[in-house]
Design a protein around this ligand. Structure first.
Ligand code: SF4
Ligand code: SF4
Length: 370
């Protein structure tokens, strides 16, 4: 009983209040599910009841007007119920197969004034689903690249694989605009990661007046920040010094102390990582590895980045066995072959000797040739 033991009246209401009737009735008693066609799932309960889900893409960051439009569709077609998946897909759940197919047709016909699709149906099975992503230049303080722009440009070049299920296996693409990584870049098949490449600047005057020095020192995971004093214009400021050779440009200190900004038009850009996934019934989870250390920011369409992603995706689609995830394919053919086939350069920047050798590094085995 989802409502049992709920005694608080603060915070969000319990999700159990919002379940579609067929989900509430069969809660915890589902037998199996199947994908009927791209974007349409059917879950069958032990009771024989069926729930049909229609999944479509969303922009994730959306206006109130757009949210109202989605709610109106849910009211009209899905008994007032809708849900968002962790990868920002919108799902409508209905109890009748024909209603699901009608809803798919309706959603695919909804267009923006320019003619592009408003609620494209897809994102299931052996295809690309919506991209999980972070906040970007507008909504966070430490981004090294934008989120909405890079995601829109990427989705545009992989859109065919969002609407169809013709890849060897699911491909999860994620995006995080700094290595604090609010996205799932460590465990996605293809990941876009914003990286800074320069240490923070120090605004001594502001720092003295604004920041807790012990907090700024404690925030640094590599111990690069230490207390210091600086003479400026005949005045002594209590401030910090940064040991630049220890800095890994993570931005943690800036999160604690706004007098240590590290955004930089030339230094900031994107790294591409591949081969991560969460565990499944057969294999353990895998971390993504860096395969392109740096691509400059090229708003608004990031052409170099999208070309690299499309090449990796197309090479994988043509070369992998059925059911083989992108990282499994690279492991099977060898990462050296992966770089050759995807026409990526293996550079010294990819060999990372950071503290944890199981993470992001290529020096894990004598079988690795470079
Ligand atoms: Fe902010 Fe970094 Fe998270 Fe992006 S990934 S939203 S920059 S903390
Ligand atoms: Fe330390 Fe990260 Fe700040 Fe560099 S950016 S000084 S590593 S907290």
């Amino acid at each position: 009983k989802p409502m049992e033991g709920r005694i608080s009246d603060i915070g969000p209401r319990h999700f159990g209040e919002f379940l579609p009737p067929v989900i509430a009735k069969n809660f915890g008693k589902w037998d199996y599910h199947e994908i009927l066609e791209p974007g349409v799932l059917c879950h069958t309960a032990l009771s024989g009841d069926k729930a049909y889900t229609v999944r479509c893409g969303s922009a994730r960051l959306m206006t109130v007007t757009h949210v109202r439009e989605i709610c109106d569709i849910a009211d009209k077609y899905a008994g007032g119920h809708l849900r968002f998946t962790t990868r920002n897909n919108i799902e409508f759940i209905v109890e009748d197969k024909q209603a699901a197919l009608d809803l798919k047709a309706f959603l695919n016909n909804q267009k923006f004034p320019g003619g592009s699709m408003k609620f494209p149906v897809g994102g299931t099975g052996a295809g690309v689903t919506n991209i999980v992503h972070t906040q970007g230049w507008i909504h966070c303080h430490t981004p090294a690249t934008d989120a909405s722009g890079t995601v829109k440009a990427t989705m545009d070049v992989v859109f065919d694989d969002f609407q169809n299920m013709k890849l060897p296996a699911p491909v999860r693409i994620s995006m995080a605009c700094c290595l604090n990584m609010c996205g799932a870049v460590h465990c996605s098949d293809i990941a876009i990661l914003g990286i800074h490449r320069k240490p923070p600047l120090i605004d001594h005057e502001y720092l003295d007046n604004l920041c807790e020095i012990p907090l700024a020192v404690a925030s640094c995971p590599t111990g690069a920040v230490r207390p210091s004093k600086v003479e400026l214009n005949g005045k002594t400021y209590k401030t910090v010094a940064i040991k630049e050779e220890r800095c890994m440009f993570c931005g943690n200190c800036y999160t604690m102390c706004p007098s240590l900004p590290l955004s930089d038009g030339e230094g900031d850009g994107i790294a591409i990582m591949v081969g991560g996934k969460i565990s499944n019934r057969v294999t353990k989870p895998a971390f993504s590895k860096v395969v392109v250390p740096y691509i400059p920011n090229e708003p608004p369409r990031w052409p170099t980045m999208t070309k690299v992603i499309k090449k990796i995706l197309d090479t994988y689609a043509a070369d992998a066995n059925k059911y083989e995830r992108l990282g499994d394919w690279a492991n099977r053919i060898g990462w050296e072959r992966f770089f050759e086939k995807c026409e990526l350069e293996f550079t010294a920047h990819l060999i990372d000797d950071f503290r944890d050798p199981a993470y992001y590094t290529w020096r894990q085995t004598t079988q690795f040739k470079w």
